[in-house]
Design a protein around this ligand. Structure first.
Ligand code: GAR
Length: 207
């Protein structure tokens, strides 16, 4: 049984996709130990609790400085001891020590085709604003393992989504979620839970 902790910041639609996929049997051999949010008002926490899952709030704002938060957050994760950590719309930078402790065991979903529209400052709606500003005709989503860089770890899966005339950032965000994110992230978790992936030379292969 793959034990996971899901980290969230906002709406939690990706968390919901994971919960639904577990219920529907599209993710197997997986148990959610806890959901951690940096935002006490996150709808995602409500979704977790509605599902009988322990929802924990850990906000950097409740700590004197980032270093103290980073230590507490990493220690909490070590205490929970998941096999993998899933960042499902988690908008806080992962502490370097946590990346080391959970090396190639932290999975992130990003709403673009990495290496486009990613890195520092690219999160949430901003990613889609930038894609529309640039006039790309195809965007999408990426699931990847987290390393020390920002959106730079080994790529697990990607899915393209077409940009349409008249798109707003909100419309595009919704289409990327529906056509890519909510499919890719549950699939990646199921692949990991069932031993279908391996990492060699910093790249992800299917067994
Ligand atoms: C999602 O689009 C996710 O890909 C993005 O935040 C949104 C969270 O939505 N994550 C990032 O931008 C990470 N760099 P949700 O809370 O409804 O799942």
């Amino acid at each position: 049984m793959l034990k996971i902790v899901v980290c969230v910041s906002g709406g939690g639609t990706n968390l919901q996709a994971i919960l639904d996929a577990i219920d529907a049997g599209r993710i197997t051999n997986t148990e959610i130990l806890a959901v951690i949010s940096n935002n006490p008002g996150a709808k995602a926490l409500e979704r977790a609790r509605n599902h009988g899952i322990c929802g924990i709030c850990m906000s950097p704002k409740s700590y004197p400085d980032r270093e103290t938060f980073n230590q507490a957050f990493t220690d909490k994760m070590i205490e929970l001891a998941p096999d993998i950590v899933v960042l499902a719309g988690f908008l806080v930078r992962i502490p370097p020590r946590m990346v080391q402790v959970f090396s190639n065991r932290i999975v992130n979903i990003h709403p673009s085709l990495i290496p486009s529209f990613c890195g520092v400052g690219y999160y949430g709606l901003t990613v889609h604003e930038k894609a529309l500003e640039r006039g790309v005709k195809v965007t999408g989503a990426t699931v990847h393992f987290v390393n020390e860089g920002m959106d730079e770890g080994p790529i697990i899966a990607q899915k393209p989504v077409l940009v349409e005339q008249g798109d707003t950032p909100e419309l595009l965000q919704r289409r990327v979620m529906e056509q890519a994110e909510w499919i890719l992230l549950p699939q990646a978790i199921d692949d990991i839970a069932n031993g279908r992936l391996e990492i060699r030379d910093n790249q992800v292969y299917r067994r």
